[in-house]
Ligand binder design. Structure first.
Ligand code: ADP
Ligand code: MG
Length: 730
């Protein structure tokens, strides 16, 4: 019997199955049936070819009208011209030296190539040809599926293989245990999986494809939401420890020490957190707030409450620079309260310790000891905190700063360090569209800081298109000189370090999908991206020769990095030329200019983050996006959009448009076999919300997922993928 888990070898034979596995990672019947057509070729398409740009790749379904072969006039060899038509239009195919000279008039075929033009006629030069043979009824279809293919597995081979499976409707019905329970399908008017797969792979109309898509998206959304619902439920069932507010302790001292009054938003979110920390049920909350909205203070106050209640708090940062900065600024706010046990310390306080991977062994040992014996109430660190050997006396709260760098598994690893589950606060500056909040962060409740503290100067941004307007770059450096003359400082950010070991990435920089350059960037024939070391050299000997220019990047030794950052914060450096190590959270209020070199190599939210580094004090900030892209190109327009708005939510949407869903969901959520193929975080908000409600009900009702074995298996498979991904990355 054939089931979804049957190996393709048994159905297709060893040869086809092997290339499918090797080149397309299709192993089972399920894999093949879930390998959906990317689009459909159809008759009548040629009339649309006029709208296409020369160079676009298309596949057309057409009939051969004429074939003629002749010797070329100026070169040796022959030229075969084939005219094909589809009833609505016609075009010419050109082949050299007898390739496809055998095409016969009257044959139907699929022709795939890039659209060219010759003397006002459309043509394909050397297109891929697939002639539909007589025993094949596929030419009669209005829509022919075009699959993501590989070198040795063409779209037609996939089409044939899928057909083999689907033609046997009886075995098909038998092998499909539908993961979506029938009542759910009925409520939302969805077809069975069997029907959906037939419609998707062998549609008779566009309406069938749409019907199928709706259903197949539900599969993806429901599995994801069940996973998240199960996680929420598990977290809710395991009691933590209440950490109620106590007066006269660290929190009151923090409030007294703050040099400003809290914004209304900070106060409200603070109350929300205080109440949740006081409960036994562990808090699981996402705090989102624009860059500069003051999330750190909110976190510090929550941490102080937990310390007052006798627990410890850990703050997890994505980079060493940021961890060090957090430790420094917490220590500064707390003053003697951060030095309990030291000579000048306040015995009512606690200790703030830093724990990072690059610390010297002795320092790390000391930090670990303070974490283990509980004398360090506040522990700040990077991934090093997650490692074995780091034991907490009583971990009460985990704060994850800039969450998008950390996966669910890492959060869980830290959570597991408490004897009972600690409260968890996740902070992110990247505004999160509702759909993403429901998926990537679906196991968290959300709070939002909408306001910026009063008295911010704001940032204005411009694109500097060096190809179109070379003089503008000189003007940019002049602006940097002016700001420095007025007592301010500047950042210059480059995509690359530029030393011997250089790769495109900075070791200490952000390292996940969020930083991925958009699709049109980074194609191989472009020059390498500008590098920190080169640019710094050029500025020192050129337009900024009178200024104090220093560099900062992830491959500098940690003490040096730390010292450099401190010197910049102290105003001893005018211009810091850096990689994206300054992207997240770095806080130097006196810096007012941010020049981003090769801005087109950065993602939208990355640029927004970078810009956030210069709107932090009372002075107005300036962000210059330097690019060689012309302002009319897609890239140029994307940059213009970033320059044109500081509305984080609008930019998040733009970011979503330029990235693939899998990137947004992250490797862990999408799985290597990518659970999310059709679902769009941009367009399927309603569907995702409905799936979330159904998933919650399914997970919480009587038998939970146990009553739905097929769905439970899909959820388990997703969890397995996540675990495998995590292990691979660790
Ligand atoms: P982010 O939310 O981006 O992490 P930070 O927490 O780093 O922002 O805060 C940005 C800056 O604003 C810091 O210098 C911080 O001290 C300051 N700040 C925070 N809250 C307030 C406030 N209520 N009034 C004035 N300044 C504030
Ligand atoms: Mg921050």
């Amino acid at each position: 019997m054939v089931t979804m888990d049957t190996d393709l070898v048994r159905v297709l034979g060893p040869k086809t199955a092997k290339v499918m596995t090797d080149q397309l990672q299709l192993r089972t019947v399920r894999d093949l049936l879930r390998h959906y057509p990317r689009r459909y070729a159809r008759r009548g398409e040629m009339s649309r070819l006029d709208d296409l740009q020369v160079g676009d790749r298309v596949t057309v379904l057409a009939q051969v009208k004429s074939v003629s072969t002749r010797k070329m006039q100026r070169r040796p060899g022959t030229l075969t011209e084939v005219t094909v038509g589809d009833g609505a239009g016609s075009m010419r195919l050109v082949f050299f030296n007898h390739r496809h000279a055998h095409l016969a008039v009257g044959e139907w075929g699929l022709f795939a190539g890039s659209v060219g033009k010759w003397q006002n006629d459309l043509q394909f030069t050397h297109p891929d040809c697939h002639i539909i043979t007589g025993d094949d009824d596929d030419w009669a279809r209005a829509l022919v599926p075009i699959y993501p293919a590989s070198k040795d597995v063409s779209s037609w081979v996939i089409q044939k293989s899928v057909k083999l499976l689907l033609d046997d409707r009886r075995s098909l019905e038998a092998l499909l245990d539908d993961p979506i329970p029938e009542p759910v399908r009925d409520r939302h008017g969805l077809p069975s999986l069997a029907t959906a797969l037939v419609y998707k792979h062998r549609p008779e109309s566009v309406a069938q494809v749409e019907f199928a898509d709706e259903r197949l998206k539900w599969d993806e959304a429901l599995v994801l939401q069940c996973t998240l619902a199960a996680r929420r439920r598990a977290a809710a069932l395991e009691p933590g420890i209440e950490r109620p507010r106590r007066s006269g302790g660290l929190l009151d001292a923090v409030d007294a020490a703050l040099p400003f009054s809290l914004t209304e938003g900070q106060r409200e979110v603070g109350e929300e957190l205080a109440a949740e920390l006081a409960r036994v049920q562990p808090m699981n909350r996402l705090l989102q707030g624009e860059v500069g909205s003051g999330k750190t203070v909110v976190a510090l106050r929550a941490m102080a409450q937990v310390v007052d209640a006798g627990g410890q708090a850990a703050l997890l940062a994505p980079t060493e620079v940021l961890a060090a900065q957090h430790a420094r600024s917490l220590a500064a706010i707390l003053g003697p309260l951060a030095r309990a046990g030291e000579l000048d310390g306040d015995p009512a306080g606690t200790r703030v310790v830093l724990l990072t991977g690059s610390q010297k062994a002795a320092a790390r040992r000391e930090a670990r000891a303070a974490v283990a014996d509980g004398s360090a109430g506040i522990v700040v660190g990077t991934h090093a905190l997650l490692q074995e050997g780091v034991e907490f006396a009583d971990l009460g709260l985990v704060v994850v700063d800039e969450q998008h760098r950390f996966g669910v598994e890492q959060r869980d690893a830290l959570r597991a360090k408490g004897t009972r589950p600690p409260h968890v606060l996740v902070m992110t500056a990247t505004p999160i569209p509702r759909t993403v909040a429901m998926t990537v962060y679906g196991d968290l409740e959300t709070s939002t800081l909408r306001q910026l503290p009063a008295g911010r100067g704001g940032v204005s941004s411009s694109v500097v298109p060096v190809k179109d307007k070379p003089a503008w770059l000189d003007r940019a450096w002049a602006r940097v000189r002016e700001e420095v003359a007025a007592g301010r400082q500047a950042y210059v950010v480059c995509p690359r370090i530029g030393d011997l070991e250089d790769t495109a990435k900075d070791d200490d920089g952000p390292d996940d999908a969020d930083g991925a350059p958009p699709e049109d960037a980074g194609t191989s024939d472009r020059r390498p991206p500008l590098a920190v070391l080169d640019v710094a050299e050029g500025l020192r000997s050129g337009p900024l020769s009178a200024l104090r220019v220093e560099v900062l990047h992830g491959r500098m030794p940690p003490e040096e990095k730390e010292a450099r950052m401190r010197a910049f914060a102290a105003g001893e450096v005018d211009v810091l030329v850096a990689t994206t190590v300054v992207e997240v959270g770095v806080d130097v209020p006196n810096a007012t200019v941010m020049v981003v070199m090769d801005a087109d190599r950065f993602g939208v939210s990355q640029l927004h983050q970078l810009r956030g580094r210069v709107a932090r004090g009372e002075h107005a900030g300036l962000c210059l996006l330097v690019t060689e892209a012309s302002s009319s190109s897609a890239t140029g327009q994307r940059l213009a959009a970033v320059a044109g708005t500081t509305d984080g939510f609008e930019l998040a949407r733009l970011d979503l448009e330029t990235r693939r869903e899998g990137d947004v969901l992250g490797a862990a959520q999408s799985g290597r076999r990518s659970n999310v193929k059709l679902l769009s975080l941009l367009d399927d908000e309603t569907l995702i919300a409905e799936a979330r409600a159904e998933a919650t009900a399914l997970v919480e009702q009587g038998g939970g997922l146990a009553d739905h074995p097929e769905l439970a298996a899909a959820v388990a498979a997703l969890a397995m993928d996540e675990r495998a991904d995590y292990l691979e990355k660790a």
